[in-house]
Design a protein around this ligand. Structure first.
Ligand code: ADP
Length: 448
C-alpha cells in the first residue's frame, strides 16, 4: 500500500531542507525525496553568502541599511523585471530568515558585499568560509535531530493531481522500482536547470558550449513536472552567466574575492571594467575581450581574508609569484602593463575613487602584499532566474493565475523574484525565506 504523508518535499537543497524543518515543526509528517546520492543540491556549492537588510548582525556592526534600499538595488540589478510582490516579500522576510537560521544554530554573523549592492549586507559564517557547505551541514543537523526521513537516489517522476488537488508523487528508487507516495501537500524544491544543456539552449541558443558551475542534478525536472499539471512559467530565457568561472574545472571563483578587493585584468594587463558591477555586465565585458577570458588578480592580504582561496590553491587553480613582475611573466603578460595597472588601482584605493571605471565598493586596500595571485576565468552558466510562477504564499499558479491546490514551490525552481539578473547573495536568501514559508503553508494546508 502507498505510504501517506502530509507533506512530500522534492529536493534536498537549501529550500527543501528549510521547508522540511519548518513543516515538521508545524506538526506535519514529512519526507524529503532526493534523486542524487548526496544531500545538498546546488546549494552546497553556494559561495558568497545570504543578503538581508536591517538584521541584528548589521546593527551590531553599525551598518545602516534599509529594506527599501535592498529592494531598489535588487530591482535595478534585475533590470526592473522582478515580480514586485515577491520581491517585496523577499526583502521584508530576509532579516527574519537570518534569525530563523540563528535559532537553528546556523549563524551568519560576518558580512560582506556583492556586485550591484551599495553596502555590506551579504551574511556569511563568522570564519568567512563558503556559505553553502556551512548552511547544508547546519540544516542536515536539524533534519537528523528531528529524524526527518530523506530518500536518496530516489527521483520523483510525476506529481499526481486529481479532481483539482495534488494527491502525491510517483517516485522511482535506486533499484528502478516505481511506487506512489500519498501526500496532501507537495513542495517542489528541485532547483534550476543550468545543468540541462538542451533546456538552456532551447531558451538561449547563444549559450551553447558554455560550461556550467552547477551540479549534475540541476536539470529543471520540477519545472517540467509542474507544467504537466498546469503550472505557468515566467522569465525562462533569463539565464545568468557568472563572470568568474575557472574553465578547465568549471569551478566558480567566488564573488567574495572581488568583494574582498580583487581586480579583473585582461591578457594585455589592463583593467577593463568596474569589477563590482552586476554579473550580467561583468560577463558581457569579459566575452567582449579578444581572449573571451580574463585574470582575477589579488594579493596575499585578500587571500588570507578569504577562506575560499584555500580550496582554489588546493585544486591548483591559482598562479602565484612573489612580485607583480614575476606574476606577469608567469601569466605571459606585459610586465610593465600589469605593474602600471596595479599601481594605478592602488592609487584609486588610497583616494577611494576609481577614475577609470567608477568602482565605488570594495576598494578595500592597496594590492601590494606579496605573494600575488591570479586565476584565469571566463563566464559560465550559473543560475536560471526563470521558473514556475507562485503567489506570495508560495502556492504554484496556473496560466489563469489560479492556485494549483496542494502544489507549492520554493527556491531556484521558481521564477520572477530575481528578474533579469540575480544579485550575488540573493539565491541563498531566496531559498531560506521561501523554503520556510513553503514549509509553513504546506503544513497548514495539509492539516486543513
Ligand atoms: P535550491 O537552491 O532551490 O534549494 P538546489 O539545486 O540546491 O535547489 O537543490 C535541488 C535538489 O533537488 C537537488 O539536490 C536535485 O538533485 C534535486 N532534484 C531535482 N529534481 C528532482 C527530482 N525529480 N526528484 C528528486 N530530487 C530532485
Amino acid at each position: 500500500a502507498p505510504q501517506d504523508f502530509d507533506v512530500v518535499i522534492i529536493g534536498s537543497g537549501g529550500a527543501g531542507l528549510a521547508a522540511a524543518i519548518q513543516a515538521h515543526d508545524d506538526g506535519a509528517r514529512v519526507v524529503i525525496i532526493e534523486k542524487m546520492p548526496t544531500i545538498g543540491g546546488n546549494t552546497i556549492k553556494a559561495s558568497v553568502g545570504m543578503n538581508a537588510a536591517e538584521t541584528r548582525f548589521q546593527r551590531q556592526k553599525g551598518i545602516e541599511d534599509s529594506k527599501e534600499l535592498f529592494y531598489e538595488e535588487t530591482l535595478r540589478g534585475g533590470k526592473f523585471k522582478n515580480n514586485p510582490a515577491l520581491l517585496r516579500e523577499f526583502v521584508e522576510l530576509a532579516p527574519e530568515a537570518i534569525d530563523w537560521l540563528e535559532n537553528h544554530d546556523i549563524e551568519l554573523s560576518d558580512i560582506t558585499i556583492t556586485g550591484g549592492m551599495s553596502l555590506d549586507r551579504t551574511h556569511r559564517p563568522a570564519d568567512r568560509s563558503a556559505v553553502g557547505g556551512f548552511l547544508i551541514s547546519g540544516l542536515v543537523k536539524n533534519i537528523n535531530r528531528r529524524n526527518i526521513e530523506v530518500l536518496l537516489e530516489t527521483a520523483v517522476s510525476k506529481i499526481l493531481y486529481e479532481d483539482g488537488v495534488v494527491t502525491g508523487v510517483e517516485v522511482v528508487d535506486e533499484y528502478n522500482d516505481a511506487r506512489i507516495l500519498n501526500a496532501r501537500s507537495v513542495i517542489v524544491a528541485t532547483g534550476g536547470f543550468s545543468a540541462n544543456r538542451e533546456m538552456v539552449v532551447e531558451y538561449r541558443p547563444e549559450l551553447d558550449g558554455f560550461v556550467t558551475t552547477n551540479h549534475k542534478g540541476a536539470t529543471g525536472s520540477g519545472i517540467t513536472m509542474l507544467q504537466e499539471i498546469g503550472a505557468d512559467t515566467v522569465d525562462m530565457s533569463e539565464i545568468q552567466i557568472h563572470p568568474t568561472v575557472e574553465q578547465t574545472t568549471s569551478y566558480l571563483i567566488s564573488e567574495s574575492i572581488r568583494g574582498g578587493g580583487a581586480i579583473l585584468v585582461s591578457q594585455s594587463g589592463q583593467r577593463f571594467f568596474n569589477e563590482m558591477e552586476t554579473r550580467d555586465k561583468v560577463s558581457a565585458q569579459i566575452i567582449a575581450l579578444p581572449e573571451k577570458s580574463a585574470w582575477i588578480i589579488f594579493d596575499e592580504q585578500v587571500r588570507q581574508n578569504n577562506k575560499a582561496t584555500d580550496e582554489y590553491m588546493a585544486k591548483g587553480l591559482v598562479i602565484s609569484a612573489p612580485t607583480v613582475h614575476e606574476l606577469a611573466v608567469k601569466l605571459n603578460m606585459d610586465q610593465s602593463a600589469l605593474a602600471a595597472t596595479m599601481n594605478r588601482y592602488n592609487q584609486f584605493v588610497t583616494k577611494q575613487q576609481d577614475d577609470d571605471f567608477g568602482r565605488t565598493t570594495a576598494l578595500r586596500h592597496p594590492l601590494n602584499e606579496g605573494p600575488f595571485h591570479a586565476i584565469r576565468i571566463a563566464p559560465g552558466v550559473h543560475h536560471t532566474m526563470g521558473g514556475v510562477t507562485i503567489n506570495t504564499d508560495t502556492a504554484v499558479l496556473d496560466s489563469q493565475q489560479q492556485v494549483i491546490n496542494g502544489a507549492w514551490a520554493a527556491g531556484e525552481v521558481v521564477g520572477g523574484i530575481h528578474g533579469a539578473n540575480r544579485i550575488g547573495g540573493n539565491a541563498v536568501a531566496d531559498i531560506i525565506i521561501f523554503g520556510i514559508l513553503a514549509g509553513r503553508n504546506a503544513a497548514a494546508f495539509a492539516k486543513r
